[in-house]
Write a protein that binds this ligand. Structure first.
Ligand SMILES: NC(=O)C1=CN([C@@H]2O[C@H](COP(=O)(O)OP(=O)(O)OC[C@H]3O[C@@H](n4cnc5c(N)ncnc54)[C@H](O)[C@@H]3O)[C@@H](O)[C@H]2O)C=CC1
Ligand SMILES: O=C(O)C(=O)Cc1ccc(O)cc1
Length: 282
């Protein structure tokens, strides 16, 4: 591969660019950006070799295009780049939800043989190019959800790109991806936002935050994440997130009942089960 074009040089795209530079990626890294300032910052930070705000300038030479914009901006970016893509160019992405990305790609490109949907299971609550971290993907998982019609060589190229930055690549189906991530990533983010918002809007909010302990910080770090990004995740993975929320709701009701009737055994059993599951799996 000679040229990688990153569309959306934010935290995820910028981190990939920085990690590739650190790994001595032999090709050129260019970016399609919304604002001049982001591109200039990308150059200053040594993440990219060139940028443009016009798709025509940077897409036509790209062998791989990585879409790293919020979920509901993916389709518009696909439409912008479509006419400039080389016939053999591979289009991949880093979006948090896979089935809607595939639907957008099918609608816009038609042919999905060179489209490799992907998702790094690594990130943080910061946004923008200044939050780029070249070590972000080291020893982290990246999930690819290729389709039956996806060219195996295209998938292999994207896999190599992620492996170059220290990630471990696994393949799974898009629907399974979206169900599993709803439970492990989307639900915790929704919960953290809801908890902080509940506390912030109740009486004594000032004291509540002033006297919060480490557990509160651990639990709510992700409530500092980007509102647009998470709005888009909720809107694009609606059904799976609702299912996860209903599941939790039922569980919470059981626990509430156990506390209500002072059923110490049931409370303890829940906590022991949860602790065992966490210790065994993290
Ligand atoms: N933040 C995280 O921890 C993770 C995020 N992701 C996914 O990666 C993608 C990018 O997320 P981040 O880099 O965290 O966000 P970010 O906000 O840091 O970067 C997004 C980039 O897209 C550009 N952008 C935003 N809206 C746009 C629009 N309407 N048109 C064109 N460009 C637009 C922004 O200017 C910015 O450069 C999202 O799809 C997100 O779901 C995946 C894994 C982890
Ligand atoms: O900040 C954190 O710990 C995260 O959980 C980051 C994250 C956010 C979104 C993803 O799709 C994957 C990872």
């Amino acid at each position: 591969m000679n040229t990688l074009c990153i569309v959306g040089l934010g935290m995820i795209g910028g981190s990939l660019a920085g990690a590739l530079k650190q790994a001595n990626f032999p090709g050129k890294i260019v970016a399609l950006v919304r604002s001049e300032a982001t591109g200039v910052r990308g150059l200053e930070l040594g993440l990219i070799d060139a940028f443009s705000v016009n798709a025509a300038d940077v897409i036509c030479d790209a062998d791989v295009v990585m879409l790293a914009v919020p979920m509901l901006s993916m389709r518009e970016q696909m439409q912008l780049i479509k006419e400039h893509l080389k016939p053999a160019a591979i289009v991949t992405d880093a979006g948090s939800v896979k089935a809607p990305f595939i639907k957008d790609a099918r609608d816009v490109f038609g042919d999905l043989s060179r489209v490799v949907p992907g998702h790094p299971i690594a990130g943080r609550e910061k946004t923008g190019v200044d939050a780029a971290d070249a070590s972000l993907y080291q020893n982290r998982r990246v999930l690819l959800t290729p389709l039956p019609e996806t060219d195996a060589a295209a998938t292999a190229t994207v896999q190599q790109l992620w492996e170059l930055v220290g990630a471990e690549v696994e393949v799974l189906g898009p629907e399974q991806h979206d169900r599993v991530l709803a439970a492990t990533s989307h639900l915790p983010h929704v919960l953290a936002f809801a908890l902080v918002d509940t506390l912030a809007t109740q009486q004594e909010a000032e004291e509540i935050f002033r006297y919060a302990a480490g557990g509160f910080r651990d639990f709510t770090r992700i409530a500092s994440s980007d509102a647009i990004m998470w709005r888009d995740v909720c809107l694009t993975n609606r059904e799976a997130i609702l299912e996860s929320m209903d599941n939790l709701d039922a569980h919470l009701k059981q626990l509430r009942h156990a506390i209500d009737i002072s059923d110490g055994e049931a409370i303890e059993a829940t906590f022991v089960r949860a602790r065992k599951a966490r210790d065994a799996n993290t």
